[in-house]
Structures are given as structure tokens and as C-alpha cells.
Design a binder for this molecule. Structure first.
Ligand SMILES: [Zn+2]
Length: 448
């Protein structure tokens, strides 16, 4: 179990000691990290969904190792992806809500890979990932947020799509390959399944949906967005493999969080810790090096940092959280037994009327803990406890505990730790949101 108090200074100091002594450059893979926003595992074919939403991803997963039981730490974009990069929990890195930046000068696996010789480029399509809102640009050599497209000398403007992200990242890759033979890490984050769910009519036949009327249900529109995104991942990977031999590229795929499609009377993500928003697809594919398989043991979005460093031949620093899956992936070592994962939910985005000094502390909604298939969720705002036996009740339809029961000692310890991390600290950057930012967060459903 990894209860670690937030010691921002420790992480800042520790990166100086890294020094990064990579193994031989020849054996290091290129890394293509692809994430899709708001993509819940339950709506992908490989995870048992009945509609054909993900033919490309299903093939990718079948050729690599797919994690059947992976979860994010929180179901908000910037906070979750900051945890992916740093291995820290949101109350530790500081971005607990969209619009709150991470602490400056944190460790991240991308920075560490950069110091060990990798060229790193991020291409992301979500407004909340803008550097002035997230603070994530310092973790990459090149950080591009693509929100609008300009065509024909700027005369035609529109919302950027996953295709635009693919174009920009391939252009960066071409420049990189022309400049030399350093290994690269490319991160592409596509946003399409995020609300509002648009109808992708070209994919209705593929997912087996007949368009009887002019309006399709939100679930069907969501699935059409998933199918659209799946095809863009396919295009990206196919084009990368035309440029670089497949065996030299480690592909990692995941989502930042899932989506509640009406379950528990809730549409969206962020405010609860139910499985539909916590459970994410996660897979590693590296033909010739990683044998295919499925891992049932619990995994976390925080595991990417130690695992990717190890797979790239860089020793993960001791303070890095998460579990290093490289031994399981490369040598078939057993998965850890009795793994516990910890979670937290916060109000979605910071609003203009909130008291600036209490944005973090006031935002905490829920804490959660999953151990041995048993999940506890404690809602801070009404002191309500819910407990689910996930194997018997994967959709969390009925709590096995009285609502007024006290949280377990372990969950209470976790709650106390999270709360201590939400107090105001000098190294936590204040929000820096313009009216335009607030409008964009409102359009994404993050402001009431
Ligand atoms: Zn997201």
C-alpha cells in the first residue's frame, strides 16, 4: 500500500538525484502513448461490449497485454493525466480539479526519459490540458494543444479533430526522424467521446445501429464517437509503422477515465467513483518483446511511470509510486497479490465565484478504496458509505453496507491523508482562468 504524504519539495529535490543512467540506447523502444478521453472500458469489444465499437483497438489489445482491471485515480482529465505522468495522486501533484495547475518542477516519466535521450512530444485535444490550466507543458520537449483548425489561410476555422492531432503528431515525427536517430516518445490524447456526444453517422453500420429517426440516443451517439476514435488510433498507428519498424515501437493505450451513461442517475464523469468512470482500458503492445496476454490483477494509471521507465531501460527512482509491471510484461513474473488502489473525486472545475484560497479543500467529494474485489466509496459531503462486491455486482447496483456505517480504518486513513494534501501551500499555483477558459469549461460540462 502506498500512503505517501505530499512532500512537494521532496519530489522537486529528488529529480536532481536522478541522473538517469539508461541502458544501451540500441535496445530502447520508441514509445507511442495514445489515450482517448472519456472512454470507458465497458464499451469496447475486447472488454465484452456487444457493439463493434473498437475493431482496431481489439486487434491491438490481442497482440499485446491487456489489463482487464485497470482504474484511474480520479475521473477528471487534467488531474488524472497528471497522475499518469507523475505517478502522484491528485492531492499530491496539486491538480485536483480542472483549472488547477500541478506543482511546478515535479518528476515525471516523460521528463526522465527526456533526460535519458528521448525526444518527447505531446499532442492533446482537450481545453483543460492547456498549459496555463494544467501546468503540464514542462514535462515535454514539445507540447501542442490542438483545439481549433485553420484552413485556407485562416479563412475557415473549426474545432480540431482526432485527425488533426494525428496530422500534427506525424509531422513532428517526420521532423524528428529527419533530424537523427534518437528514440522518441509521442503522446496523443484524443477527446471525441467526451460530451457533447456527436453522431458519427459513418460508423452506425459498423456498430450495428439503424437510424430509424432523426435523433439517436445518447448511448448510441457515444458509441459512434468511440468507433470514430478507434479508427483514428488505427490511422495513427498504421502511419507510424510505415515510418518505423513495428518491433521498435512500444505502444501504450489507455483512457484518462470512463463515463457514466445514466448509471446511478448520472451522466458524465468527475463527481463519483463508480466503476463506469474509474475503470479504464489499458494495454501494452510491443511485438517480439512482449508476449500477448490478459492481466486480471488490479492496475492503476499511476503504474505507467515506473513501467515505462523500466521498459525504456531507465531505473525508476525509489520515490516513484505505482507498480512497475515490466517484470510481468517482459519475463512473465507473477502479478502482485492483494493490490490495493485508492481513489478520490473532486468538483469538476474551478468557477469564477469560488474563494480562491479554498478551491482545493472545498472541492473534495468522495474517497474510494478497492481491495480484493471489494470497493468502498465514502461521500464526504453527506457522510454516506457504499460498499460493493465487484465480482458479484460489477455495475454496483446495491451496496452491501448500511449507508450510515463508518468507513473502514484504511479508508479513513486515506481520507485524512487526502484532506491534509488539500491545504493551501506556497508551491501550489493559483488558477489562471480567462473568461474564454471558463466558457470552454462550461461547454465541456464542467461548470454548473
Ligand atoms: Zn477526460
Amino acid at each position: 500500500m502506498e500512503f505517501r504524504p505530499c512532500l512537494g519539495a521532496l519530489y522537486v529535490c529528488s529529480i536532481l538525484a536522478l541522473g538517469a543512467a539508461p541502458s544501451s540506447a540500441e535496445s530502447r523502444p520508441h514509445i507511442l502513448l495514445v489515450s482517448i478521453d472519456t472512454l470507458r472500458a465497458q464499451n469496447l469489444g475486447a472488454y465484452g461490449y456487444e457493439r463493434n465499437t473498437s475493431p482496431y483497438l481489439d486487434r491491438l489489445f490481442a497482440g499485446g497485454v491487456r489489463f482487464d482491471n485497470a482504474r484511474t485515480v480520479t475521473s477528471l482529465t487534467a488531474p488524472a493525466l497528471a497522475s499518469m505522468l507523475t505517478s502522484l495522486h491528485p492531492h499530491e501533484h496539486g491538480s485536483t480539479r480542472n483549472g488547477l495547475r500541478v506543482r511546478p518542477n515535479l518528476f515525471s516519466f516523460t521528463k526522465s526519459l527526456g533526460r535519458s535521450g528521448y525526444a518527447t512530444g505531446a499532442f492533446v485535444g482537450n481545453w483543460t490540458l492547456k498549459d496555463k490550466l494544467s501546468g503540464l507543458a514542462e514535462h515535454f520537449d514539445s507540447y501542442e494543444v490542438l483545439l481549433t483548425r485553420k484552413r485556407w489561410l485562416g479563412l475557415v476555422r473549426g474545432e480540431a479533430t482526432a485527425d488533426d492531432l494525428v496530422d500534427v503528431s506525424l509531422s513532428w515525427l517526420d521532423d524528428h526522424l529527419e533530424a537523427g536517430d534518437r528514440p522518441f516518445l509521442i503522446w496523443v490524447h484524443m477527446i471525441e467521446p467526451h460530451a457533447p456526444y456527436r453522431l458519427r453517422a459513418d460508423y452506425l453500420e459498423q456498430i450495428g445501429v439503424k437510424r430509424a429517426g432523426s435523433v439517436l440516443s445518447a448511448r448510441k451517439r457515444y458509441d459512434s464517437e468511440v468507433a470514430y476514435s478507434d479508427a483514428r488510433v488505427g490511422r495513427l498507428l498504421d502511419e507510424v509503422f510505415e515510418r518505423v519498424p513495428r518491433e521498435e515501437v512500444l505502444v501504450v493505450f489507455l483512457a484518462d477515465h470512463g463515463e457514466s451513461l445514466g448509471e446511478h442517475g448520472y451522466w458524465g464523469h468527475g463527481r463519483h467513483l463508480y466503476e463506469v468512470t474509474l475503470r479504464i482500458p489499458l494495454a501494452f503492445s510491443w511485438p517480439g518483446t512482449i508476449e500477448s496476454g490478459v492481466v486480471a490483477a488490479p492496475a492503476s494509471i499511476r503504474d505507467l511511470a515506473p513501467t515505462l521507465l523500466s521498459l525504456a531501460g531507465v531505473e525508476p527512482p525509489e520515490f516513484v509510486g505505482g507498480f512497475d509491471w515490466s517484470g510481468v510484461l517482459l519475463r512473465g513474473e507473477p502479478a502482485p497479490a492483494g493490490r490495493v488502489t485508492l481513489h478520490q473525486a473532486h468538483k469538476s472545475a474551478v468557477g469564477p465565484q469560488e474563494e480562491q484560497t479554498r478551491l482545493r479543500a472545498r472541492g473534495l467529494l468522495e474517497v474510494g478504496r478497492v481491495a480484493e474485489g471489494r470497493k468502498e466509496i465514502y461521500r464526504v459531503t453527506n457522510a454516506r458509505l457504499r460498499v460493493f462486491e465487484l465480482e458479484d455486482d460489477p455495475w454496483e447496483t446495491g451496496s452491501v453496507s448500511p449507508q450510515d456505517a463508518a468507513p473502514s480504518a484504511e479508508l479513513q486513513t486515506w481520507l485524512d491523508l487526502v484532506r491534509r494534501g488539500l491545504v493551501v501551500a506556497d508551491d501550489l499555483p493559483p488558477p489562471n482562468l480567462s473568461d474564454e477558459d471558463l466558457d470552454a469549461l462550461r461547454a465541456l460540462g464542467y461548470l454548473d
